[in-house]
Design a protein around this ligand. Sequence first.
Ligand SMILES: [Zn+2]
Length: 77
Amino acid sequence: MAHNKAFLDVAVSVCPYCGTPYADASWYVIELGSDVECGMCGRTWNPKTFKVDRILLEFVLDDDGNVLEVIKEKHVE
Ligand SMILES: [Zn+2]
């Protein structure tokens, strides 16, 4: 049975005001670079400035496209 794979590039950032961590798609955080409003403290900050990690997630799919497993593929610089 052949498994299919899908990938998601994720950036992890931390709110500089209250320390709440967030994981968002890297295209949104790094390429768009727009400000976000923290869901916990309500203050506005830029996740690109406070990015702490970026990883590539691998989604292992069954023949119908359902996700069987998520693997931390690698760190992205
Ligand atoms: Zn916050």
